[in-house]
Ligand binder design. Structure first.
Ligand code: SF4
Length: 381
């Protein structure tokens, strides 16, 4: 990559850094997407830190489009940090449902409790105090401290790292890229007049203009100072700038039993407190990494009603491809504890993943909706 002008070719001379910061800030102020978590609270004259904390937690591993479908609903349910802190964990997980990565919801819940317990119900403004909250790392702490409170704190996520590396014409990878990017982000924020605007502008640039697969240099405010302008393959990333090959996903096979009783209730069990979907509810299930469970390996105490699964589907997570198989079953002997029966209406109120929700609410295998008293297959006790 031939450097045309670089962020730090004059290595980070103050003038270069000032200029880059100003270019990003000006661009962001003109082009920021209108997103609900960017609204300024008129009473405070700035954003509400609790709402920002919620949005940061949601946006960590979920695309903006999906967050938009859940953010408002979550805040209607838990409009203040105190209401979130006093909620039951299952209610928080249920409100999170559809966003995946439920560990974030647990952390957010614990963070709310810590804010009430240790900070009198006010989200702290300093990055150091923010980082001591459960689930809040360097990035989230920097984002809230700078974007909400105007602190001179850098942030680096995948988008920021990519933009900074490209602007500087560096093809670093892994930990080296991460270290370098934090250093560079710190220099830039030090030269900025509006640290929060700069940080959010960098993220927005990486999310909309300088994306992993494509660099729209013609629309980029940094085109005049970027070492990689046009080198990202005529707008399409190539070579050192291409998005890294996706790591192969590990396969997991989940075999679940859909068990209903005569009242149309479904049987659920709680997952272990650690690992995938920790502590959430699901239909009685077994998991294997090599293949789906055989009939003889299904959970004990049930009788399956068909020769094989009635539904198969898969769900791709970041690091895993989960293949589900669902069998219809009845209880043998009547004893279900520690599992429990829940009404279909309750499925939406417990922490249940989307995939398991699909299983628990699926149509009866005889083609009728499984509603109490209507076409419900006879189950066990
Ligand atoms: S879009 Fe082009 S000019 Fe802008 S930062 Fe990315 S590579 Fe550089």
């Amino acid at each position: 990559v031939k450097a045309k002008g670089s962020l730090a070719g004059a290595s980070g001379s103050d003038r270069t850094l000032n200029r880059i910061a100003a270019l990003i800030e000006g661009w962001f102020e003109r082009n920021a997407r209108d997103l609900p978590w960017r609204a300024v609270d008129r009473r405070l004259g700035r954003r509400d830190a609790y709402r920002s904390l919620v949005s940061e937690a949601m946006l960590q591993q979920t695309p903006v489009g999906r967050v938009l479908t859940k953010y408002g609903e979550f805040l209607r349910r838990f409009p203040t940090v105190r209401l979130l802190a006093s909620a039951r964990e299952q209610a928080v997980l249920a409100a999170w449902s559809g966003l995946g990565y439920y560990r974030r919801a647990r952390h957010l819940h614990r963070a709310a409790r810590a804010i009430v317990r240790e900070h009198g119900g006010r989200v702290p403004s300093e990055a150091g105090a923010l980082r001591r909250l459960p689930g809040v790392g360097r990035y989230t702490a920097g984002a809230i401290a700078s974007i909400v409170f105007g602190a001179r704190e850098p942030i680096v996520d995948g988008n920021v790292r990519r933009v900074l590396l490209r602007v500087e014409g560096k093809a670093l990878k892994g930990a080296e890229a991460e270290r370098w990017a934090w250093g560079r982000a710190g220099e830039l924020v030090g030269a900025s007049a509006k640290p929060g605007v700069l940080n959010e502008g960098l993220m927005e640039l990486g999310g909309t203009v300088c994306t992993p697969a494509r660099a729209r240099c013609g629309e980029c405010p940094l085109a005049t100072v970027c070492a990689s302008r046009g080198a990202v393959g005529g707008g399409r990333a190539s070579g050192a700038w291409a998005a890294g090959a996706k790591a192969a996903r590990r396969q997991v096979y989940v075999t679940s039993l859909l068990v209903r009783d005569v009242r149309g209730r479904v049987l659920v069990e709680r997952r272990p407190e650690r690992g995938l979907w920790a502590g959430m509810w699901q239909a009685p299930s077994v998991e294997r990494e090599d293949r789906p469970a055989r009939r003889s390996e299904l959970p004990r105490g049930f009788s399956v009603r068909r020769a094989g699964p009635v539904l198969r589907f898969e769900q791709a997570l970041t690091h895993r491809l989960v293949r589900f198989e669902v069998w219809m079953a009845t209880v043998v002997g009547g004893r279900v504890s520690p599992r429990r029966w829940i009404a279909r209406e309750e499925v939406g109120r417990l922490g249940i993943s989307n995939a398991q929700r699909r299983i628990l609410l699926m149509e009866a295998d005889d083609g009728t909706a499984a509603r109490p008293g209507k076409g419900v297959p006879r189950g066990g006790a």
